[in-house]
Design a protein around this ligand. Structure first.
Ligand code: ZN
Length: 494
């Protein structure tokens, strides 16, 4: 393997792959390495075992005219075994130093597998909290595609993770790219609180997940902004944006602070759509019968095409600023989609990426429902159209719970997930469907949930065995019949 020599050797040195750490007096004799992978079928190398990450505190030093940022991150975690060594997902540039509980630790990086392997001076005991501090360089010109994508040589993957703009940057970390920004246990099941501190030239703004907890002036005409979330969020929906932003303030339901940010130069063109946010949150609260799950919300418009997507970054969904300039009937259903993700995807994260429909199916269903009740196509008509497309997508990309390729993850679970929820409502009736939805959310808020968890809640609440219905939609190779519409026929796929 071409491992450690790809990065400069730090003062604490590297260790060969097969070296076992020395035991220290008083250390648990059964300390063993944490697994260097999680339980992701689509992303087999992603994730790390032996600990639970609780928080990340990340700092960037942003300077105009260079893609490189001096960076540091602190991960607070709790060991879930006696841990002789462990790994983090990491594709950052130049790791310079790692400490564990304040003591220098040996480490090595594996660029191919995007890992940072760490050997603490003393093994960490099961159940103990420990702190990992990493000093590194974040390079916004370094944007490798996921090792799970296996693209044919010469294929260009169009999705960028570091979103560079003329006056700053933003993140697009879904599904497995947050570890380009900071070393982490980069799987959706391991949520953590995040704190982002960024130093910038005076006059430049920083926006990130959560609340602005500190702003201070530094020497040399520089400012530091620090944001922190109150709740644990998955790494793929972390966001930090630097640029010349201007706020758009509103009050949401029950006094919820709604602060959006748009590029100052596009304020007039974007402000009207940004100001629709508070009403959208109210609509979703009423429709779901659930309170918005976080302490604040807003949209962030970045001065970029943002890969042509919008992302449900927690507490602050991210859009291309251009998307916020278009006709409301085009963008508002998408804005609602991202708010619905604050419940489904963020406050309840998916257990593994094979459960992505739990996030995307709900967001897409409520997007379509919102459009239907705000002058768009009727829900039945939209679903009929999607139903006709399901067979082709299923045949080429696989069913939503067993996609053939990781590259399909961002796009191929929306429609089948929404169709399944629509059929569920037809099958059990609206009031039972609402109760399934709210019970599921309340049961798993602040945690992660998978396909079986949703099925269990639906069976319990409805008093029916709906397992075959769910399995046919999530794992079936062919499009299942649609409850309530026996006349709908899946397209022939030959
Ligand atoms: Zn979505």
């Amino acid at each position: 393997m071409t491992l450690a020599l790809l990065v400069p050797l730090a003062a604490t040195g590297c260790y060969p792959a097969d070296a076992s750490p020395a035991h220290t007096a008083g250390a648990p004799a059964d300390a063993r390495p944490g697994a260097d992978h999680g339980h992701e079928r689509l992303f087999p190398g992603l994730g790390n075992g032996g600990y639970d990450a609780r928080s990340y505190n990340v700092h960037f030093d942003y300077r105009a005219g260079t893609s490189q940022m001096a960076a540091s991150s602190v991960m607070d975690a709790v060991a879930t075994q006696n841990l002789s060594r462990f790994s983090l997902d990491s594709a950052v540039k130049d790791v310079e130093m790692v400490t564990v509980n304040g003591r220098p630790a040996r480490f090595r990086t594996d660029d191919k597998r995007e890992k940072l392997h760490v050997v603490p001076e003393k093994p960490v005991r099961d159940g103990k909290a420990f702190r990992v501090r990493i000093r590194y360089t974040a390079d916004r010109s370094k944007d490798p595609v996921s090792p799970a994508y296996h693209l044919p040589k010469g294929t260009k993957w169009p999705v960028k993770s570091w979103i560079n703009t003329k006056d700053g940057f933003a993140f697009m970390g879904q599904p497995d790219r947050a570890h380009l920004f900071f070393p982490s246990n980069d799987v959706p099941a391991d949520k953590a609180r995040v704190t982002f501190g960024v130093t910038v030239p005076r006059g430049t703004k920083v926006v990130a997940n959560g609340d602005l907890v500190r702003q201070r002036q530094l020497a040399g005409s520089r400012d530091e902004f620090t944001y922190a979330t109150r709740d644990e969020i998955p790494t793929d929906v972390t966001q930090v944006a630097v640029g010349n932003f201007r706020p758009v303030d509103q009050r949401g339901p029950h006094g919820l602070p709604v602060r959006s940010w748009v590029p100052a130069g596009q304020y007039d063109k974007t402000v009207k759509n940004a100001q629709r946010t508070a009403d959208q949150v109210s609509w979703l609260e009423k429709t779901l019968g659930l309170r918005y799950p976080f302490a604040r919300y807003g949209v962030l418009g970045v001065d970029s095409d943002y890969n042509g997507v919008a992302l449900e970054t927690a507490t602050l969904s991210t859009f291309s600023a251009h998307a916020l300039t278009v006709a409301p009937e085009k963008v508002t259903p998408i804005m609602v989609h991202e708010i619905a993700h604050q419940w489904f995807g963020d406050a309840v994260s998916v257990r593994t990426w094979d459960d992505m429909w739990v996030s995307e199916g709900h967001a897409t269903y409520y997007q379509m429902l919102y459009a239907a009740s705000h002058g768009g196509d009727a829900l039945d008509a939209t679903m009929k159209k999607e139903y006709a497309g399901d067979a082709g997508q299923r045949a080429s990309g696989g069913p939503p719970g067993r996609l053939k390729k990781a590259t399909s993850l961002l796009f191929n679970t929306d429609a089948p997930g929404a169709l399944m929820l629509y059929g569920l409502q037809n099958k059990v009736g609206e009031s039972t469907f609402r109760k399934i939805e709210s019970t599921f959310f309340r049961t798993y808020q602040g945690r992660s949930a998978g396909t079986q968890d949703y099925i269990d809640v639906a069976n319990r609440v409805s008093g029916q065995d709906l397992t075959p219905y769910f399995k046919s939609w999530i794992y079936g190779k062919t499009t299942p019949p649609m409850p309530g519409h026996p006349d709908w026929k899946p397209a022939q796929t030959g």
